[in-house]
Design a protein around this ligand. Structure first.
Ligand SMILES: [Zn+2]
Length: 388
């Protein structure tokens, strides 16, 4: 136990000295990290301390009229935005865009960056007004501004405005046409089913923008079948094979219904057989196997599947084969009470392969996975990038 006041005082001084030296060392290390110049200080993540705000003001006021430093300023603004320092990015770009002493091209660059700041900050009204101004006043970045506007309207699901802006862009950039076809499809899907002619016109317009738009054909098929025109629906669905065979599974149910409406089921079998050889897919096989069994019995179906799987091996096909080998009972886990070992193995194989094959849809751009089809990727916002 410490009893002497002198000893207590010495202990207190030792602790104070240690604390002081620790602070000195921390400051020295901070100085080393900052380096000799002012820029890293300015770029610090800490946005609250006033010396750094003063540094920002000083930098802005001292060099924003100097054309030699504008590239650095623009780069810094983008860096601020990337780091989430949107208030700083906005102030920097705003000052540059408003500065009449800077060349017009620089002010146009700054305006585009400012619009991107607004978009990042979720200030959609401001972003829209600025981008629209850029488009209307012939800013040299007008095509980029139109792209940004389209994305903004997509976010707001304002398909009319997106389409109007996209049509202006189409005059300068033909690559936007497939996206415009999807805007028409979005508009058609939102119309009342009773407005058949308006929907027909929109889908026709979609196919004018992009003759390869499978979504427009699928919607046309649905519309015509619901309107009592199975022959027209069939024509639309058949077009999908040429446009995007990977999307054929989306129309198989409706295709079968059309052939049934027309009492031409034999044609369905021929079509499925032809499609499954030309564009192998699990969904096609699933449709085809029961028809094979109905026409030629299980033996015929097993022979077809065995030969088919040698050319187009797939987990789903293997599952179908296991089901057939079990006599059509399916690989469900509801096995009989005392199955033999071979039967048990087939059931397990069937159940596992079907479970493993059930993969849904995946985006070719970002890898996003979904259990249902999305024409607009919810993750990367690309159009028509999901496929089975
Ligand atoms: Zn994606």
């Amino acid at each position: 136990m410490i009893s002497s006041p002198w000893l207590l005082l010495a202990l207190f001084l030792a602790i104070a000295a240690g604390f002081f030296l620790g602070r000195m060392e921390t400051r020295r290390r901070r100085r080393l990290r900052r380096g000799p110049r002012g820029l890293p200080t300015f770029l610090s993540r800490d946005t609250t301390t006033s010396p750094r705000d003063h540094a920002l003001e000083a930098l802005l006021s001292s060099t924003d009229t100097d054309p030699d430093t504008v590239d650095t300023h623009l780069a810094m603004g983008r860096l601020f935005r990337k780091r989430g320092e949107l208030e700083r990015a906005t102030r920097l770009h705003q000052r540059m865009a408003d500065n009449p002493e800077l060349p017009e091209t620089v002010r146009e660059d700054a305006a585009l960056e400012l619009a991107r700041d607004y978009l990042s900050a979720g200030l959609l009204d401001r972003a829209e007004a600025l981008l629209q101004h850029m488009v209307d006043h012939g800013n040299r970045h007008a095509p980029l501004a139109m792209r940004q506007l389209m994305m903004l309207f997509e976010q707001e699901r304002d398909w009319h405005s997106a389409l109007n802006t996209g049509e202006r862009l189409l005059r300068r950039d033909a690559s936007v046409a497939p996206v415009l076809a999807h805007y028409c499809c979005e508009l058609a899907e939102r119309l009342n089913p009773r407005e058949e002619n308006a929907r027909r016109r929109l889908l026709h317009r979609a196919l004018t923008f992009d003759p390869g738009c499978a979504r427009a054909s699928i919607l046309q098929g649905q519309l015509e079948r619901a309107a009592g025109h199975p022959e027209r629906a069939l024509r639309a669905y058949r077009r999908v094979r040429r446009q995007a065979p990977q999307h054929l599974p989306l129309v198989l149910d409706d295709l079968a219904a059309c052939f049934s409406d027309l009492e031409r089921e034999d044609e369905l079998f021929d079509m499925l057989l032809d499609l499954s050889l030309a564009h192998p897919s699990s969904a096609l096989l699933r449709r085809l196997v029961p028809l094979l069994v109905a026409r030629g019995g299980e033996g015929e179906a097993v022979r077809f599947l065995t030969s088919y799987l040698q050319q187009h091996p797939s987990l789903e096909g293997l599952g179908e084969l296991a089901s057939l080998a079990l006599g059509g009972e399916g690989p469900a886990e509801t096995a009989p009470e005392s199955p033999n070992a071979q039967e048990q193995s087939l059931r397990l194989l069937g159940a596992l392969t079907k479970r493993a094959a059930n993969t849904g849809y995946q985006c070719s751009q970002c890898g996003y996975r979904a259990t249902k089809m999305h024409w607009h990727c919810p993750s990367c916002k690309h159009w028509n990038t999901l496929a089975p």
